[in-house]
Design a binder for this molecule. Structure first.
Ligand code: NAP
Length: 243
């Protein structure tokens, strides 16, 4: 159980399942305070019932961007401050190999990109003025290259990586840490039925351990090495490889 969260004040956006739910559970069990945000309130409530003085659930749809600053403020009021925020909300619907569905693609953009901007801009505004805190975004190894299977999911994660790099370059001078996490396949609702996934409790524990380490992080050394190489493969060769 991570001990570096005792007394820390955190917001987890996308805390109702998978990585976000496990992050919230570990923060609460480790003695931290956590505001949990998602649409499915029924999934947030059990943790809040177990730790009523440390867990504060908020029902919110991240595609309602205009609401984000107000819900963010309610979260920091409930917590009495803010040490870190982790943006976990994300969707990756099935996309067929010959499917080009703009409605489906823009729904991914709404959650994976626009929601992230609304929440992390609110956090950046606060942290730039207080000179304190960590902003953590859950990117993906999928954002490192454009693959056939998921054109918009891949590029939504690439967007997030670049946006977080820019926030990092702005905020480092103010003492604020900005952390990009690039998980590989991890056990969650998003990867149901997939083999070889990382257990979600391991992924969450690693993310908590990295929360103050400004920079980009893979959760496995093998991914760090493999993607160092994969990112450098010229496009004409990458196109021919099934990786
Ligand atoms: N699992 C993997 O292999 C893997 C690998 C790399 C990166 N990631 C990234 O990790 C993050 C967490 O994914 P996961 O694997 O834990 O999947 P998950 O179990 O499906 O969780 C997704 C979370 O996103 C929230 N969400 C989706 N749409 C939302 C909306 N409109 N408003 C508010 N919240 C919304 C969901 O909450 P509600 O539905 O209750 O709103 C849920 O809490 C995602 O960004 C994903 O892209 C996952």
């Amino acid at each position: 159980m991570p001990t570096k969260v005792i007394g820390q004040k955190a917001i987890i956006v996308g805390a109702s399942s998978g990585i976000g739910a496990e992050l919230a559970r570990q923060i609460a069990e480790g003695g931290g305070l956590v505001a949990t945000v998602a649409r499915r309130t029924d999934r947030l409530q059990p943790l809040a019932d177990k730790y009523p003085e440390r867990v504060f659930p908020f029902t919110h749809d991240v595609t309602n961007y205009a609401e984000a600053p107000e819900v963010f403020q309610k979260c920091t009021d409930a917590l009495g401050g803010l040490d870190f925020i982790i943006y976990c909300s994300g969707v990756m619907p099935e996309v067929g190999p010959h499917e080009y569905n703009t409605e489906k693609d823009l729904a991914m953009v709404d959650v994976n990109i626009s929601g992230a901007i609304a929440w992390l801009n609110a956090a950046a505004t606060r942290m730039e003025s207080t000179g304190h805190g960590s902003i953590i975004g859950i990117g993906s190894v999928a954002g490192d290259r454009g693959r056939c299977a998921q054109p918009v999911y891949n590029s939504s994660k690439a967007f997030l990586h670049t946006y977080l790099e820019a926030l990092r370059n702005r905020l480092v001078k103010k003492g604020v840490k900005v952390v990009t996490i690039k998980p590989g396949p991890t056990e969650s609702e998003m990867t149901q039925g997939m083999k070889g996934t990382m257990p979600v409790n391991d992924a969450a524990a690693k993310i908590i351990n990295l929360k103050d380490r400004t920079g980009e992080h893979y959760l496995k050394l093998t991914h760090r090495i493999a993607f160092f190489i994969i990112k450098r493969i010229p496009s004409p060769i990458f196109r021919k490889l099934k990786i």
